[in-house]
Design a protein around this ligand. Structure first.
Ligand code: AP5
Ligand code: MG
Ligand code: ZN
Length: 228
């Protein structure tokens, strides 16, 4: 485990990046090593869909079409999650914010509470690679762990290493939906790179490397932050 400094709220983090950049993959390891909760809006929606809740039914329409769930819905969910005590010493947001109004709302919520963001880690990957990554992705039906048919295989074919759950493809990983998600990313989420650059929070990471190398680069960026 790495040392953290909860008083300084050093690890109030956002993972930014296009669909398939490796946010979930890196988050799995970061939250273990830094002992902070993983707040993934995509995972929250998928859990609600699985549980058949009203939120799940509402979100599914957008997710299956590769579109964004309306800001109002997402912002409310994240604010509620960030009120929980386990997030007070740090958190890792994955897939949120995804629009400028979401980023503004996050800032409006965190800043008055004296817990501003420490850094925004932007994982950059060439769009052509993203399509291949997403079409080969498999996720665990039970715990959501992320695999890939070529680059991150489970020990036993089709079975999760962590919980023995069955692996499956995400509905929104069909090529046509992936292309739509990439368009939505470019139009609505990419402006956040500039937004966070101007706020002095952005840390650029080359996501087009081996998973372990990407992880090392993120850790170095966070170490530099701690030494600032
Ligand atoms: P969400 O679940 O957040 O999906 P996403 O942003 O499209 O990102 P992904 O989960 O697809 O990719 P990832 O970056 O996590 O990559 P991963 O690590 O899995 O959102 C889903 C939907 O929910 C949205 O479309 C929207 O409808 C809705 N939603 C969520 N948040 C919202 C918000 N804030 N506002 C509105 N709507 C929202 O890796 C991908 C694959 O690549 C895996 O197979 C992995 O093994 C492999 N891989 C990872 N890294 C590497 C590497 N370095 N080299 C080779 N392979 C790699
Ligand atoms: Mg993900
Ligand atoms: Zn599992």
């Amino acid at each position: 485990m790495r040392t953290i400094n909860p008083e300084a709220n050093q690890y109030n983090l956002v993972l930014l990046g296009p669909p398939g950049a490796g946010k979930g993959t890196q988050a799995e390891r970061l939250v273990k090593d830094y002992q902070i909760p993983h707040v993934s809006t995509g995972d929250i929606f998928r859990a609600s869909i699985k549980a058949g809740t009203a939120l799940g039914r509402e979100a599914q329409k957008y997710i299956d079409a590769g579109e964004l769930v309306p800001d109002k819905v997402v912002i409310g969910i994240v604010q509620e999650r960030l009120k929980e005590s386990d997030t007070k010493a740090g958190f890792l947001l994955d897939g949120f914010p995804r629009t400028v109004p979401q980023a503004d709302a996050l800032d409006d919520f965190l800043r008055p509470a004296g817990r501003p963001l420490s850094a925004v880690i932007n994982i950059e990957v060439d769009p052509e690679i993203l399509v291949t990554r997403l079409s080969g992705r498999r996720i665990c039906k039970q715990c959501g762990a992320v695999y890939h048919v070529a680059t991150k295989k489970p020990v036993q074919d089709g079975v999760c290493d962590h919980c023995d759950g069955q692996l499956r493809q995400r509905v929104d990983d069909q090529e046509e939906t992936v292309r739509k998600r990439l368009q939505v990313y470019a139009a609505q989420t990419e402006p956040l790179i500039r937004y966070y650059q101007e706020a002095g929070l952005l840390r650029q990471i080359n996501g087009d490397q081996d998973i372990n190398r990407v992880y090392q680069d993120i850790v170095h960026a966070l170490e530099a932050l701690a030494n600032d």
